[in-house]
Design a protein around this ligand. Structure first.
Ligand SMILES: Nc1ncnc2c1ncn2[C@@H]1O[C@H](COP(=O)(O)OP(=O)(O)OP(=O)(O)O)[C@@H](O)[C@H]1O
Length: 290
C-alpha cells in the first residue's frame, strides 16, 4: 500500500480457522490497522537480502516492526528467520561471510550507516538467544554489567535499583533477591533465560529480539516466558522467532511467514492463522510441510 494512505481499521475476519489447534488467543487479537501511516514503525526493513559467501539466505525482505506489539517470525527450518532477526541489531556483522544489503531503520535512522554506533544499537535493540547464556558471574553482575559499561548509573545505589527493577520486570526478583551474589549459571534453565531477559532490559532497550527463547525450556518455564512476553509488550517492540505455531498464536499480534529466504506473508496473527492469503502459508500452518 502507498506510503501516504491511512487505512481503514480492518474488521476481524469471521472465518473458521484453517488450523483449529492454532487458534489465536483473545488477548492477541489486534484491532490496529495492519499498515499504520509511514513513519510510525519502530523498525522498518526495506529489501533486505543476506548472503553467506555465495549462498543467498534472504531475498528482498521488507517489513515493519511496531511498538507495543509482538511480531512472530515463523517458517520451516533454514528459511532465514534467525538470519533476518540478526539483521535487526547487526548481529550478522559478527559472521565474516555474511553480506547484508537493503535498508533497516530504527526510528527512521539507518542502522547500517557508518555513523551508527553498533554497541549503542545493540543496547537499543537487545537480543535473547535460544540457549540461555548468562555470564559465569553473579546474578547481580549479569544484570549490572550492561548499565555499568553504558554509564547508566551514577552510583552503587542507582545500579542496585536498575538491577532490582530489571529482575522485577523479568519476573525473577522474588526467586533471586536473597541470593544475588550466587552464580547466574547455577539457576534453572528457565530462570537463566529470565536472567538473560533482565540483562537485556537493564540497558533500557526499545526493541527486544528473541530467537526461539523457549526451545531449550520445559513447558512450565516456557509458560512463564510467554507470560513475561505479554507483560513486556506494553513497553517494548518485540520480535520473536519461533518454531512453535501455537506459541506464535499465543504471544504475537503480528506474524511473518518465511519460506526459502522469502517473506511470503505478513499480517495480523489472527488472520495469518485463520485466513492466510497465500497457499504456502496455508500449507505450513496446516502442517503440510516444515
Ligand atoms: N553462519 C552461517 N554461515 C553460513 N550459512 C548460514 C549461517 N547461518 C545460517 N546459514 C544458512 O542460511 C540459511 C538460513 O538460516 P537461518 O538460521 O536464518 O534459518 P532459520 O529459519 O532461522 O532456521 P532454523 O529454524 O533451523 O533456526 C540456511 O540455509 C542456513 O544454513
Amino acid at each position: 500500500m502507498g506510503p501516504e494512505a491511512v487505512p481503514e481499521p480492518e474488521p476481524e475476519a469471521e472465518v473458521q480457522p484453517v488450523a483449529p489447534a492454532v487458534r489465536p488467543s483473545a488477548e492477541t487479537i489486534d484491532t490496529a490497522p495492519l499498515n499504520p501511516p509511514q513513519g510510525s514503525a519502530k523498525m522498518q526493513a526495506r529489501d533486505v537480502s543476506v548472503s553467506y559467501g555465495d549462498k543467498q539466505a534472504l531475498k528482498d525482505v521488507s517489513i515493519q516492526i511496531f511498538d507495543d506489539r509482538v511480531t512472530a517470525f515463523i517458517g520451516p527450518s533454514g528459511c532465514g528467520k534467525s538470519t533476518f532477526l540478526r539483521c535487526l541489531n547487526r548481529m550478522n556483522d559478527t559472521i565474516p561471510s555474511a553480506r547484508v544489503t537493503g535498508e533497516i531503520e530504527l526510528d527512521g535512522e539507518d542502522i547500517y550507516s557508518p555513523r551508527m554506533d553498533v554497541v549503542q544499537l545493540r543496547a537499543r535493540v537487545g537480543m535473547v538467544f535460544q540457549k540461555p547464556n548468562p555470564f559465569p558471574k553473579s546474578i547481580f553482575e549479569n544484570v549490572a554489567y550492561g548499565p555499568r559499561i553504558h554509564g547508566l548509573a551514577q552510583n552503587k545505589t542507582e545500579l542496585a535499583e536498575i538491577v532490582e527493577r530489571s529482575l522485577k520486570r523479568a519476573g525473577l526478583w522474588d526467586e533471586v533477591k536473597d541470593r544475588l551474589q550466587e552464580s547466574g549459571t547455577a539457576l534453572s534453565g528457565g530462570q537463566q533465560q529470565r536472567l538473560c531477559i533482565a540483562r537485556a532490559i537493564a540497558v533500557d532497550p526499545e526493541v527486544i529480539l528473541m530467537d526461539e527463547p523457549c526451545s531449550a525450556l520445559d513447558p512450565i518455564a516456557t509458560a512463564k516466558i510467554e507470560e513475561l512476553i505479554h507483560e513486556l509488550r506494553g513497553r517494548y517492540a518485540i520480535a520473536i522467532v519461533t518454531h512453535n505455531m501455537q506459541q506464535a498464536a499465543r504471544v504475537s499480534q503480528r506474524t511473518a511467514f518465511f519460506h526459502l529466504g522469502e517473506l511470503v506473508e505478513y499480517g495480523k496473527t489472527s488472520e495469518i492463522f485463520t485466513n492466510p492469503r497465500e497457499r504456502r502459508t496455508q500449507d505450513y500452518i496446516t502442517g503440510r510441510y516444515g
